[in-house]
Design a protein around this ligand. Structure first.
Ligand code: FE2
Ligand code: FE2
Length: 298
């Protein structure tokens, strides 16, 4: 007769996973995070005025780089602050921010580092205040979040100018004038595909077809500014459109020099004047030219 040995764990913990409860919890968490996120892809801005107003499209400040023309940058900030009815929308790369380890050389040659780069942007945002209509991020702005998961510029924007819409990936801005008498559709993205070295606004034209039938389409990133006032469609759909590529203040760029781009970086802050009683737009390639006209009207 063989002895029988019985082994039994009397308190084995069994896994209980209520998948429905789990996913409902995650859905609530998504909602909380969505409400916390200040980023948006569409913004509506109401403007009440009986005079033409203007928007400057400013990008690629690259603050911190030793190659930036800081005197012109400050002069442009002053002009925007001093000129009545002139507003500004920013389109990314405001900080140089070479925080990626493979870009160590660019960081080592910076005039000042990321802390002061962000400090300067925050103070410029505060100075611009109500003049700012929106901010869209560029790839240099996003590198801090890429490396650390922390969105510094987004946090600073809401701290410095609480009512300015934040478009992390760019997007649509509807300027609603005098309660809808005229609506101008702007579509702004720091980078877009289909860039051409031979046709500066080629990416904008594809963006117009694939993203949004805008009145004014704005890109940046290439540091090769351009303004093109043209038209699209016929009959009742026919309208004027303006393609804009922003310039930069980073006029000396070792990357461009080393990679055969030559003098590919130019200072230009394009401006569009918008009329309030009829759909009419006048673009300017240089901020200074627009300011001269706007001062004459005020
Ligand atoms: Fe840039
Ligand atoms: Fe860029």
């Amino acid at each position: 007769m063989s002895a029988e040995v019985r082994v039994e764990c009397v308190d084995k913990k069994q896994s209980v996973f209520d998948v429905l409860e789990y996913l409902q919890h995650k859905i609530r968490e998504q909602d909380i995070l969505h409400r916390k996120d200040s980023g948006q892809g569409e913004a509506t801005i109401h403007i009440h005025t009986d005079k033409p107003f203007a928007v400057a499209f400013s990008a690629d400040w690259h603050l911190g780089s030793a190659g930036v023309d800081y005197a012109t940058f400050l002069d442009h900030v002053r002009l925007i602050l001093e000129t009545p009815n002139l507003f500004v929308g920013t389109v990314g790369d405001l900080v140089d921010n070479f925080v990626k380890s493979r870009m160590k050389s660019a960081m080592l040659h910076a005039l000042f580092g990321p802390q002061e780069q962000y400090d300067v942007v925050r103070e410029i945002f505060r100075m611009l205040g109500d003049k700012m209509l929106w901010h869209a991020d560029g790839n240099h702005d996003a590198w801090t979040e890429d490396e650390s998961g922390v969105n510094v510029l987004g946090m600073m924007l809401s701290e410095a100018v609480a009512n300015v819409p934040y478009l992390p990936y760019g997007g649509g801005i509807n300027l609603v004038v005098n309660d809808g008498k005229v609506v101008y559709r702007i579509f702004a993205k720091h980078k877009y595909r289909f860039n051409s070295s031979f046709n500066a606004t080629h990416g904008n034209k594809r963006m117009h077809e694939l993203e949004s039938p805008y009145d004014v389409g704005v890109t940046a990133h290439t540091h090769n500014p351009s303004v093109e006032h043209t038209h699209r469609w016929n009959g009742v759909y026919g309208k004027d459109i303006i393609h804009i590529v922003c310039g930069t203040y980073k006029v000396s760029d070792p990357y461009a020099a080393a990679n055969g781009y030559g003098q590919s970086s130019w200072i230009a802050v394009p401006v569009v004047v918008f009329y309030p009683d009829e759909k009419r737009m006048i673009p300017f390639y240089h901020l200074e030219d627009a300011v001269e006209i706007l001062k004459g009207w005020s």
